[in-house]
Design a protein around this ligand. Structure first.
Ligand code: ATP
Length: 140
């Protein structure tokens, strides 16, 4: 079994996609082992996306990610990291609607920025991101 971090971004939450996305998650064989709603602030959004801090879209990304509450979930299954990335589809939701029409981003994303969900990109990122938002969930 492997864990990954899923985030339903502010546009997904405000457009009421949370229950639909959770249904797809469960139908796809993931267990939702932790879940919480959180309003990100500039500090934790900047830390979370620090790999993008030099990029031109970074200020907009932070504004977007702090524009309303997000739904954070720890998902667990065999091959969770890669299977969740496959299920959400390409970063650009507009392209996802053409190339991966059954993906979650095709279903509820809008464009390259407002793509409604996040998925950790590696086991290492998943461990770091889960610890950041939930602490060490394997002890205590
Ligand atoms: P995430 O990390 O959110 O799962 P990703 O790994 O598919 O997405 P990244 O390249 O890590 O994509 O980009 C992080 C987020 O920044 C994207 O999900 C999107 O919201 C935003 N983003 C990426 N590229 C652009 C861009 N060129 N213009 C605007 N926003 C962008």
């Amino acid at each position: 079994e492997e864990k990954t971090l899923a985030i339903i971004k502010p546009d997904g939450v405000s457009s009421h996609y949370t229950n639909k996305i959770k249904a797809v998650i469960l139908e796809s064989g993931f267990a939702i082992v932790r879940e919480k709603i959180l309003q990100l602030d500039e500090g934790n959004a900047t830390y979370f996306y620090s790999e993008h801090s030099g990029k031109s879209f970074f200020p907009r990304l932070i504004t977007y990610m702090t524009s309303g509450p997000v739904c954070l979930m720890v998902l667990e299954k065999v091959n969770a990291v890669s299977d969740w990335r496959t299920l959400i589809g390409p970063t650009d939701a507009r392209k996802a609607k053409v190339s991966h029409p059954t993906s979650i981003r095709a279903m509820c994303g809008v464009d390259l920025e407002r793509n409604c969900v996040h998925g950790s990109d590696s086991r290492e990122s998943a461990a770091r991101e889960i610890a950041f938002f939930f602490g060490d969930i394997n002890t205590g």
